[in-house]
Ligand binder design. Structure first.
Ligand code: NAD
Length: 313
């Protein structure tokens, strides 16, 4: 607890897309917040509305000096920092492993010595791979199809191990395609929603990899923030992996038509070869999230798209 009686949280990757929304959510819920970010893909402008109320440390989750400094007097760590891209991990397995797995281990190891009570980890639905069973339920075997998926999955296993071995409370939230304002549409590895929205606004066709019939469970970022806040305290969550999603699936072709309607444009997308490591279908079972976190997605795809389009305009 801080001197003003507030509970103290560290958000790694707090200058990124999900991390910066989580910072806003924690501040609104009355937490004192510190951010550890190396600004590799994040941007301090994402923290503009929070900057005078948080402590920002520029540093790496792979550096024990930085994580030790960042975890002093911290009760809960929300570990969002990563190189979050399937294609980048296919191109650079070693580099992404260093951050995505090595960084997680460094965070867990520092947390256990620093007296942190709980670590909430940003895991990924990519751990399920291409299993044909839908919806994807946490009891299914993992089947990683890319270095990124394997790094995220192995990190989850480390989280569970740290709970069983050392009693460090850990919760792994398996995010399914999170989207919303501040998600970068310009990177080489941009996620599909910001790419499509930016393309619609610019009047340029987006590129769809494959036939566009692949489906995803698109989840507005506020839902993920609510799940994180719940995961900080839920009594029965430690040691578990928990799906966080909207619970509905949408194909990329449907998504593109929906975005076109909301933006008010009408033109064909371009189609390119399917990308290595991409999965065909994705849909979450939310039973465990409802049971353990009392989680209910409150913002649906259309409302989330409206807000995202507004922010990118
Ligand atoms: N966005 C999604 O759909 C999605 C889905 C599943 C899982 N996730 C996970 O959620 C987390 C957040 O993803 P995002 O979409 O906000 O990505 P993002 O790139 O916007 O955020 C990641 C942040 O981590 C920081 N970072 C990277 N390497 C670092 C390092 N070594 N030390 C400190 N900071 C570092 C970046 O600068 C950035 O601010 C990631 O762990 C990602 O794997 C995201």
């Amino acid at each position: 607890m801080s001197s003003d009686g507030k509970r103290r949280a560290l958000v790694t990757g707090g200058a990124g897309f999900v991390g910066s929304h989580l910072v806003d959510g924690l501040l609104a819920a009355g937490w004192a917040v510190r951010v550890l970010d190396d600004l590799s893909t994040g941007d301090e402008r994402n923290l503009a509305s929070a900057s005078d109320r948080i402590e920002f440390i520029r540093g790496s989750v792979c550096d024990e000096q930085d994580t030790k400094r960042a975890m002093q007097d911290i009760e809960v760590v929300f570990h969002e920092a990563a190189v979050p891209s399937v294609p980048k991990s296919v191109a650079h397995p070693l580099l992404t492993n260093r951050v995505n797995l090595g960084g997680t281990l460094c965070v867990l190891e520092t947390a256990r010595h620093a007296g942190v009570r709980r670590v909430v980890f940003a895991a990924s639905s990519s751990a399920y791979g291409d299993t044909e069973v839908l919806p994807k339920v946490e009891t299914l075997p993992a089947s990683p199809r890319s270095p990124y998926a394997l790094q995220k999955y192995t990190s989850e296993v480390y989280c569970e191990l740290y709970f069983r071995l050392y009693g460090l409370e850990t919760v792994a939230l398996r995010y399914f395609n999170i989207f919303g304002p501040r998600q970068n549409p310009n990177s080489d590895y941009a996620a599909v929603i910001p790419s499509f929205v930016a393309a619609a606004i610019a009047g340029k066709p987006p590129v769809i990899y494959g036939d566009g019939e692949q489906t995803r469970d698109f989840t507005y970022v506020d839902n993920a923030v609510a799940a994180n806040l719940a995961a900080a305290d839920a009594p029965d969550a430690p040691g578990h992996v928990i799906n966080i999603a909207a619970g509905e699936r949408t194909s990329l072709n449907e998504l593109w038509s929906g975005i076109q309607k909301l933006v008010g444009v009408d033109f064909e997308a371009e189609y390119a070869d399917k990308r290595a490591g991409d999965v065909k279908d994705s849909l979450a079972d939310l039973t465990r999230a409802k049971e353990l976190l009392k989680y209910e997605p409150s913002i649906d795809l259309v409302e989330g798209l409206r807000r995202t389009i507004q922010s990118l305009k």
